[in-house]
Design a protein around this ligand. Structure first.
Ligand SMILES: *Cc1c(COP(=O)(O)O)cnc(C)c1O
Length: 376
């Protein structure tokens, strides 16, 4: 069993992907070829945002978003310490300071109730992360932001295709960012990402920043980066979009199977009733995680931990928090365990994972879980 099965996905879409790649090789416009604009139009339509700008990665999307908003030295950006490092890294790279706010237990996303107390005269933006494929409580976050005149950048690197109160991730705030890293729910075969906004001026700024701050050829009106997504990667995402909605349904079926088998026995990061998740990860909470993982490994089940150390405890970032604690993030970091997930995870795979996990839980934490027999 694989943690994420990209090979079956390719086998299923081989002809579509190969012919899209061949078309690029035939026309030869490797940078800013026609597939770039085609993908941007498709993704803008998908999210409901007026503009989509493809970029070279999810990390670059965050950096370009911050640059377009003019966030820089002396500014503060509120974000979660329980994320992949890129979220806070982007803030530091533009010269601003990440200010951390702890997460909610239910979704592992930033707790909107705790944001206001961290807002100062220097705060410019809030970056909620849509962790594991589920958005944060975006209406509550947007409300706090609008009260204080702040921008909201959704780090939707794990959540393209998710919805919040019927609206698509990416189109929920001032700017949405996503990633097409191969293992994300909508992945390419290299690095890629996208920005979403319905603000025309921000869209223009982000398009220019993506290409060295260029407004016309060799006229550079602002500081920019080399941040384009190449045509081949856009072509691959276009091919994968054909089956994307089916894949999301398959992911939800796999997650529903896990929910039914595991939730009665173990705490899981559940999808909130006003949202749908794309299950970039299916994550449970366990004790004695290392021992549990080696039991599962012995049963042929790969697992992962997203993420074992919160950002405020990372060696290069600890000085930012000045010893401040984020108890929910720290507790989650010690207990989260992500299980194999993806559109090609079969019902029998899900049962095998669930029964092995519950058996291992009984071994490592006797008495914690009642003995369960699952029909595999
Ligand atoms: C993957 C990820 C990123 C970075 O995306 P890349 O395309 O790998 O640069 C940023 N934030 C989160 C939450 C991610 O999961």
């Amino acid at each position: 069993m694989q943690f994420i099965d990209l090979k079956s996905q390719y086998e299923d879409s081989r002809d579509l992907i190969n012919s899209r790649i061949q078309a690029v090789l035939d026309h030869g416009q490797y940078i800013m070829g026609p597939e770039v604009a085609e993908l941007e139009q498709r993704l803008a339509d998908y999210t409901g945002a007026r503009h989509c700008i493809t970029v070279s990665s999810g990390t670059e999307a965050l950096i370009i978003a911050l640059m377009a908003l003019g966030v820089g030295p002396g500014d503060e950006v509120i974000t979660t310490p329980f994320s992949f490092i890129a979220t806070a890294e982007a803030v530091l790279l533009v010269g601003a300071k990440p200010v951390f706010v702890d997460i909610e237990r239910a979704s592992c996303n930033i707790d909107p109730q705790l944001i206001e107390q961290k807002i100062t005269a220097a705060t410019r933006a809030i970056i909620p992360v849509s962790l594991y494929g589920q958005t944060a409580d975006m209406d509550a976050i947007n409300l706090v932001a609008s009260r204080h005149g702040l921008a909201v950048i959704e780090d939707g690197a794990q959540s393209f295709g998710a919805t919040y109160r019927g609206r698509q991730s990416g189109g929920l705030s001032t700017i949405g960012c996503t990633s097409f890293f191969p293992s994300k729910p909508l992945g390419c075969y290299g690095d890629g990402g996208a920005l979403f906004t319905s603000d025309d001026a921000l869209a223009t700024a982000m398009r220019e920043i993506r290409v060295h701050g260029q407004s016309r050829r060799y006229v550079h009106t602002r500081l920019g980066v080399g941040g384009r997504m190449d045509t081949l990667q856009c072509a691959i995402v276009l091919a994968k979009l054909e089956r994307f909605d089916w894949e999301i349904r398959q992911r939800r079926r796999a997650a529903a199977a896990y929910d039914a088998l595991l939730h009665p026995h173990l705490p899981v990061i559940a999808c909130q009733p006003d949202r749908t998740s794309v299950y970039a990860q299916y994550t449970v909470l366990v004790e004695q995680r290392d021992q549990l993982r080696s039991e599962l490994d012995a049963a042929g089940i790969p697992t992962a931990v997203h993420y074992p150390l919160p950002i405020h405890q990372q060696p290069a970032y600890a000085h930012l928090a000045a010893g401040e604690r984020y108890p929910v993030s720290e507790d989650m970091a010690a207990r989260v365990l992500s299980l194999p997930m993806g559109p090609y995870l079969s019902a029998s795979d899900a049962r095998h994972v669930a029964s092995s996990l519950l058996r291992a839980t009984n071994l490592t934490q006797p008495g914690r879980v009642e003995t369960v027999e699952l029909s595999v």
